[in-house]
Design a protein around this ligand. Structure first.
Ligand code: GTR
Length: 355
């Protein structure tokens, strides 16, 4: 393992030994990831409006789905996007997933809707391309409101994360959703998005990174096998990040952070990291180690963070005793039922009297 930048030392050299100092360190780290990786998150709008356009029964009649038009102002005028909000019929204040999805469909290979509903959760699902396209185009949708011009303007991951926060804004107005038990969840590039969203928005009590890998939960300075690196990711997907990230990815500047610091930005809330045993590109063991490396941020709150072993998790093994849940699902890069079940079990253990 290469030497990592120190999570628990302030830029002025002072060690972080209590929650007050962590607040300062957190602000420094959020600033560094904003400036040099994802770009600064645009300011939240003053008001978010949701208009229900359609309402229908789903999940064997156990649930209602509303198609909602979410609207808000930006400095360049109004932006609107569709949200699909599905909740158990008669739900009052249930834990809710804000799910940033690859596809618009509700019954999706990455979203076992019926099981989620029948487990007592609601799902507020956003199709990521309704926010902005997954390419270098900054001329349409939300990207045209926040174009990527300066080195620190947000990339696409930041825009998807921004939309998840607007969903959280809206959910505060819905009795069906328990706004004190919101979880932001995404897979892969959208797992990176979930982590970045939670780093910026502490209203999410749970942040769920599924196979997020490079620039997500996996260390950059500790790679195994054919894992993706900053260099490789930036060459193919420069637009996910701010322009400044190029300096780091190309080796012209040393990163003042590593990914355990991104994970730590969720402390002292709950962090759930799921890997897949065959997902070499995302690097499961590196994700597990980064969970361990992030844990000191929980410890200053008298908590534990990750409680688990230092050697690689066995296939199928999970660690759920601390505030950081980690599991190594059997199989490939995917957001599976098994993953959802792990996440729901962990969340239920924290919200049990409400579910
Ligand atoms: C890959 C990319 C990964 C991951 C993945 C995905 O091609 O290199 O970082 O984000 O896409 O989002 O499916």
């Amino acid at each position: 393992m290469q030497i990592l930048p120190d999570l628990m030392t302030l830029e002025n050299g002072r060690p972080v030994t209590d929650a007050g100092a962590w607040k300062e360190r957190r602000a420094e780290l959020l600033g560094l990831f904003s400036e040099k990786m994802f770009g600064f998150m645009p300011k939240a709008p003053e008001k978010v409006i949701g208009e229900t356009v359609e309402k229908s029964k789903t999940a064997a009649g156990h649930a209602l789905t509303e198609l909602i038009n979410i609207r808000f102002d930006t400095p360049k005028g109004e932006f609107a996007f569709p949200l699909k909000f599905t909740y158990p019929a008669g739900a009052e204040s249930v834990p809710t997933f804000v799910f940033i999805n690859f596809r618009p469909e509700l019954y999706d290979s990455y979203c076992p809707l019926e099981e989620i509903i029948d487990s007592g959760f609601a799902v507020a699902s956003v199709f990521y391309k309704d926010i902005t396209s997954d390419d270098g185009n900054f001329d349409s949708k939300l990207a045209s409101h926040f174009p990527r011009e300066s080195g620190t303007d947000t990339g696409k991951i930041g825009l998807w994360a921004y939309a998840c926060s607007r969903v959280a804004d809206y959910l505060q107005t819905r009795n069906e959703a328990d706004s004190s038990n919101l979880a932001v969840i995404g897979h892969s590039r959208l797992g990176k998005t979930a982590l970045w969203c939670s780093a910026n928005d502490s209203r999410f009590r749970f942040a769920i990174s599924n196979c997020s890998g490079c620039c997500g939960a996996a260390y950059e300075r500790e790679k195994h096998g054919n894992a993706e690196t900053y260099k490789k990711i930036q060459e193919v997907f420069p637009y996910w990040f701010c322009k400044n990230f190029e300096n780091i990815a190309r080796g012209n500047e040393e990163a003042p952070f590593d990914q355990h610091m991104l994970l730590a930005l969720t402390a002292p809330r709950y962090l759930l990291v799921g890997s897949a045993s065959l997902d070499e590109w995302a690097d499961p063991y590196s994700e597990q180690m980064a969970c361990m490396g992030a844990s000191p941020a929980w410890k200053v709150f008298g908590l534990n963070g990750f409680i688990g072993k230092e050697t690689p998790a066995a296939v199928g093994e999970d660690f759920s005793k601390g505030e950081i849940h980690y599991h190594n699902r059997d199989g490939e890069h995917f957001l599976s039922r098994n993953n959802w079940n792990q996440y729901m079990k962990f969340i239920k253990s924290k919200t049990d009297s409400r579910v």
